[in-house]
Each structure stands twice: as structure tokens, then as C-alpha cells.
Design a binder for this molecule. Structure first.
Ligand code: ADP
Length: 401
């Protein structure tokens, strides 16, 4: 909505450990005006790709931090394009930020003030790679766009409805009381988008679902009556499915075995977080497309990587179908879930007796669609996720209250 004097724009910023992704929305959150990514923050070279209307610009500069990144993106929004998406930064009424960890404190999106910033800071130990980057983006936006309201949208918030038996680990209670050891869940912005979108598509306001977000990071979520009741990710985004470089589930005793065998803790962490997953198994790449190409070309390690990836998804699918029973739909999303008909086929193979029947030709199609046959008692959908849109909508809702 425009307020009559200046057009109201909402900027969505997603600061990762070395990148800033952004999207500028107009008319509340219903129109995308510009989209871009700045990669290489903190490194030697910064690459900025920006698209507005039919204009695409790519630039490279040397070193840069989040402040410079945000300042560059604001510059791009006012200068690149004919006409550029905005003429004055003051047109940006609000900035919606993706914040990875909201801990126990945030169960929904919130307007950012000093107390919120302090609370996000206090959660840094739980998300040491992500929350500091998110905060750097928040600080940069407050400084460079002082007239814009800030809104934090948390990746953990969708899981605030998990019951204690789903979020507690069976460990000494003191670990939970003193150290906050529990499952928090991540990718909640994506899973919530998928659940809300599925509710519309199924014409059922509170559906039972299994949502599978399969990208570089991957997670599964069980949804009952429209609310999250379980998730594959844990206290950190390391637990659960096999990911690009993350191991997912592992017997914690492996860590003691390796420590006692003389491997330094830092190397074990590196192996589980950065050198595991598809990369670890294939010995070649964290990128699913590349790994599956190598598997098709006959590389046995790559084949094992694909098989393990699929096997782990099926494990969670089985478990979460039970939690979401009677399940209205299984939803695939994320770079792999959306684009790989092969993965969907492998995940769903032989599940007709569970009521999941894939339509081969719909499975090979594109875009948002149902890919199950009329015989399938549980729907199967591909839904391209849109985390930025959800952030923009929450931001618009909060600043209009
Ligand atoms: P991120 O978590 O970084 O947003 P994405 O959701 O973009 O990640 O997913 C990236 C993954 O999707 C990569 O492993 C990539 O290889 C995979 N991918 C993208 N397109 C395809 C495709 N057409 N077929 C198979 N995998 C794909």
C-alpha cells in the first residue's frame, strides 16, 4: 500500500555468513521491484548482482563488510535501472530481516528496538555463524536507513509450537535448564511459507503436512492442524537430513571415539559442518546437481552420496507421516526438492501402500503443482518456497498495526 505522499517500499535483507541477499517489494508486499545478492563479504572480492525490471547489473569490488554491502545495495536501488526502483532511500518504509536464531524468546516476528537487538545478541552462542551476520545487517540498515522501521523474522519461530516431547532431548535436565540444550528447529520461514501456501492450495485452513525443504541445507517438518509439531533440525542446523556439507544425524559417540583417537575438536566440527554431507560422501562436491551427474556417469562415491541423501529423507518422511496422520499432503521445496524429479521419484518409490502415488509426467513438470495422481490418498505437491515474500508480508503487517 502507498501512503499517498511517498510510495511505500519494503526491503528484505538476508545476511548470511558471507553474503547479503535482498529483495525490494512495493504495494505492501505484493510486487517485486528489485532483487540482488552481494557475495564475498569479509573476503578479498565482493561480487554484487542486481536485477530491477529488465536491467541486470554485476559489479566486483575489493573487500567489504556488511556496512559497505548494505550501503552498496541502497545505492544500487537508487541508481541502477531506468527508472531506478526508488529515487530516494526514504521511500523504504521498513526493512525485514531474516534472523536465524530466536531461541525461546521469540515465537513470532517482531519490530526491532534496542531490547530486541540485545536479545538477539544474547543468542549468539547458539548460532555463532549466523546471528552475528544477521545483527550486522540490522545495525547497517538502522544506520543507513534511519527512517525505516526494522522487523526481525526468525527462522526458529515456526517451531515454537513444538510440544516438549518433540523439542526436549533425553539428556540430564540440567543441560536444558542451565545451557538451553533443546531442539529449536530452523528453516522455519520456509516451512511456514509452505504450510500457509499448502493451506490455500488444498483449501483447508489447518492442514496436516510433511514439508521437505531440500536445498544446500535440508530439513523436514511435520505439521498438524497447520502448526509445526516436529522437525529434523535440532539445537543447531546440523541435525537431521544429509546436507551439502553437513552430516545431519550421527551417533554422538562418534565424536568421543574421534577425540579419543586423537582428532582435534576443531577438525571434528569441521568434518561434521563443512566437510560432511554430500561433499564428505562423494569426496567431490556439496552441490547436488554435480553429485547426481557424477553418479549417473558411474562414480560409486557419488552414487552412495545420492542414495544416503534419499535414504535419510525417507526415514524422516516415514516418521513424520505418522506424526501428521492423516496427512493431507507431502510438500517438496528448496533447490533440490523443487528441481530434481529424480530425487522426488526416489523418495516416493514404492509408497503406494501408504497412499502416496506419483504422477510421472506431472513430476517432470515445472513450477508450483500437484504431482500426485487422483488415486493418491495423500496429495504430493511441489511448491517453490518464498522466504523473502513471507518476511515482507510479516514486515508489512507489523508496521501497519
Ligand atoms: P540454499 O540453501 O543455498 O538456498 P538452494 O535451495 O538454492 O540452496 O539449493 C541448492 C541445491 O539445489 C544445490 O545442491 C543444487 O545443486 C541443487 N539444485 C539446483 N537446481 C537443481 C536441479 N535442476 N537438479 C538437481 N539439483 C538442483
Amino acid at each position: 500500500m502507498d501512503n499517498g505522499r511517498v510510495p511505500m517500499r519494503i526491503l528484505v535483507i538476508n545476511c548470511g555468513s558471507s553474503s547479503i541477499k535482498y529483495k525490494l517489494f512495493g504495494r505492501g508486499a505484493e510486487e517485486t521491484l528489485a532483487v540482488g545478492v552481494i557475495e564475498g563479504i569479509g573476503g578479498k572480492r565482493l561480487t554484487h548482482r542486481h536485477r530491477a525490471a529488465d536491467r541486470r547489473v554485476t559489479t566486483e569490488t575489493e573487500v567489504g563488510d556488511y556496512d559497505q554491502g548494505v550501503s552498496r545495495l541502497v545505492e544500487a536501488l537508487t541508481e541502477w535501472g531506468s527508472p531506478p526502483p526508488i529515487t530516494d532511500p526514504a521511500e523504504i518504509a521498513a526493512v525485514g530481516h531474516r534472523v536465524v536464531h530466536g531461541g525461546d524468546r521469540f515465537s513470532e516476528s517482531t519490530v526491532i528496538d534496542r531490547a530486541v537487538i540485545e536479545a538477539i545478541e544474547s543468542l549468539e552462542t547458539l548460532a555463532p555463524l549466523h546471528n552475528p551476520a544477521n545483527l550486522a545487517g540490522i545495525r547497517a540498515a538502522r544506520e543507513l536507513l534511519p527512517g525505516a522501521a526494522g522487523v526481525a523474522v526468525f527462522d526458529t519461530a515456526f517451531f515454537s509450537t513444538l510440544p516438549p516431547h518433540a523439542y526436549r532431548y533425553a539428556v540430564p535436565a540440567r543441560w536444558w535448564e542451565e545451557f538451553g540444550v533443546r531442539r529449536y528447529g530452523f528453516h522455519g520461514i520456509s516451512h511456514r511459507y509452505l504450510a500457509e501456501r499448502a493451506a490455500l492450495l488444498l483449501d483447508k485452513p489447518r492442514p496436516n503436512l510433511v514439508t521437505l525443504h531440500l536445498g544446500a541445507g535440508a530439513s523436514a517438518c511435520a505439521v498438524r492442524d497447520g502448526q509445526a509439531v516436529d522437525t529434523s533440525m535440532g539445537m543447531t542446523p546440523l541435525e537431521g537430513l544429509v546436507m551439502g556439507t553437513r552430516s545431519g544425524d550421527i551417533d554422538p559417540a562418534v565424536v568421543f571415539h574421534l577425540l579419543e583417537s586423537g582428532l582435534p575438536a576443531s577438525e571434528i566440527r569441521q568434518g561434521l559442518e563443512r566437510k560432511g554431507g554430500l561433499l564428505g560422501l562423494s569426496g567431490d562436491s556439496p552441490d547436488f546437481r554435480r553429485v547426481s551427474e557424477c553418479a549417473r556417469a558411474g562414480d560409486p562415491s557419488a552414487s552412495l552420496a545420492v542414495e544416503t541423501f534419499v535414504h535419510r529423507i525417507r526415514r524422516y518422511l516415514g516418521a513424520f507421516l505418522v506424526q501428521a496422520a492423516p496427512c493431507d499432503a507431502v510438500v517438496f521445496a528448496g533447490g533440490i526438492g523443487e528441481n530434481s524429479h529424480e530425487v522426488r521419484q526416489l523418495v516416493l518409490a514404492g509408497l503406494e501402500s501408504l497412499g502416496l502415488v506419483v504422477d510421472g509426467s506431472r513430476n517432470r513438470g515445472n513450477g508450483e503443482r500437484r504431482i500426485s495422481t487422483g488415486r493418491s490418498t495423500t496429495d504430493i505437491w511441489v511448491i517453490p518456497t518464498d522466504e523473502e515474500l513471507l518476511i515482507a508480508r510479516d514486515t508489512a503487517d507489523l508496521i501497519h498495526q
